[in-house]
Design a protein around this ligand. Structure first.
Ligand SMILES: *Cc1c(COP(=O)(O)O)cnc(C)c1O
Length: 373
């Protein structure tokens, strides 16, 4: 049985005629950059998310960098973010001469711990970058309260959670990425809303930030050859926007397929005492960018090998926390213990998760895990 971590081909085959027609249209029009599809996608995604500005850009890492650039920060300003995340979240902070301050995450949700955030705030702290890791929201209500109290900005790294919904204690709800000052996402092919190359976007409801972000992504100009800011050149090209316009229509269906697959895994794996299945926080839906188990007794690496040997891909996100990365040795600060993060890097294992996963494939994976224990 052939099992992939992500089945991009199977997904494409189901929408091939629509996708191919839209790609052809772009090529016929030869408006490869800033074609009508880009504006259309930005409008469609803004409607879907319920946010005022969606500024498409080249990739998710650019989105984070541009978001930080829009805040008018100074060298040495501190940005608080989780130690358990993908490198991009912290990399752009360091690249801009800012200091990443790493804090721990919760053992159950894998998301940033607000109590720790509040403890590491100094007079240099300017922003918090929560990451909605693996597909569910961080505790945005607690983080928003801290940001308000200390006059900090919030940039949400929503690269893994597009389509997830956060519910506040007053029962109102918002899509992740639209709660803080700025939200960032990636359309990397394997992300929940993926294009067929690189892509990303920045969201905000703030008029000033929206206009400034638009300019920074386009060489700091809004009138050609008149540059107000030092910016970057970061664009979503028209072919990618055309593909995303088709795929956005299916995003909720895709999320449901992931949720269904996740539920099936959990129903069958939770009885194994060495395994902890993913926990869904009461304030957020989970769109399962990853389905991530915790494996007890240092048996994670052996289980991974057992699965890989049976032709089942299973990956470790992430094997090394940011606080142990060589690149950050002299650049990042971690004032508090990062016990949970360090433990998670030794115990997490993500199983194949995508929109095309069949029950037969899942049964094969589940049986292989049961055989191991
Ligand atoms: C994928 C990802 C990014 C970066 O997106 P790219 O499009 O690959 O640049 C940033 N943060 C997180 C949490 C991600 O998963």
């Amino acid at each position: 049985m052939k099992i992939q971590m992500v089945d991009l081909k199977g997904q494409y085959q189901k929408i091939k005629s629509e996708i191919d027609a839209e790609i052809s249209k772009v090529i016929d029009q030869t408006a490869f950059i800033n074609g009508s599809q880009v504006k259309e996608f930005s409008k469609n995604l803004a409607n879907y998310l319920g946010v005022k500005y969606v500024i498409p850009c080249g990739n998710g890492t650019d989105a984070l960098q541009i978001a930080l650039m829009s805040l008018g920060l100074e060298r040495g300003d501190e940005i608080i973010l989780p130690a358990f995340t993908y490198i991009a979240t912290a990399e752009v902070v360091a690249l801009l001469g800012l200091t990443p301050v790493l804090v721990d995450v919760f053992d159950d949700s894998f998301n940033i711990c607000p109590e720790q955030v509040e403890k590491v705030i100094t007079s240099k702290t300017k922003a918090i970058v929560p990451v909605h890791l693996f597909g569910q929201s961080a505790d945005m209500e607690a983080l928003t309260a801290i940001a308000k109290k200390h006059n900090l900005r919030i940039i949400e790294d929503n690269a893994q959670a597009i389509g997830a919904e956060y519910t506040f204690s007053d029962k109102s709800s918002k899509k992740t990425g639209t709660i803080g000052d700025i939200g960032c996402t990636s359309f990397f092919p394997s992300k929940n809303l993926g294009c067929y190359g690189d892509g990303g976007a920045i969201f905000t409801n703030d008029d000033q930030l929206g206009q400034k972000i638009q300019m920074i992504a386009n060489h700091g100009q809004n009138k050609k050859y008149y540059h107000k800011y030092i910016g970057v050149n970061s664009r979503l090209d028209s072919i990618q926007a055309a593909i995303l316009n088709v795929k956005l229509k299916y995003l909720d269906t895709y999320s449901q397929a992931r949720q269904k697959a996740a539920m099936y895994y959990s129903e069958n794996l939770s009885e194994i005492s060495e395994i902890k299945t993913p926990v869904v926080s009461e304030f957020s839906t989970h769109v399962f960018h990853q389905y991530t188990l915790k494996i007890a007794d240092n048996r994670r690496d052996d289980l991974k090998k057992h699965l890989n040997d049976s032709g089942i891909p299973a990956n470790i996100y992430y094997p090394m926390p940011l606080n142990k990365q060589e690149a950050f040795a002299n650049l990042a600060k971690s004032p508090l213990n990062l016990t949970t993060t360090n433990n998670l890097c030794n115990s997490v294992l993500s199983l194949p998760m995508h929109t095309e996963l069949s029950k037969e494939q899942q049964d094969f994976i589940i049986n292989s895990i049961k055989n191991f224990f």
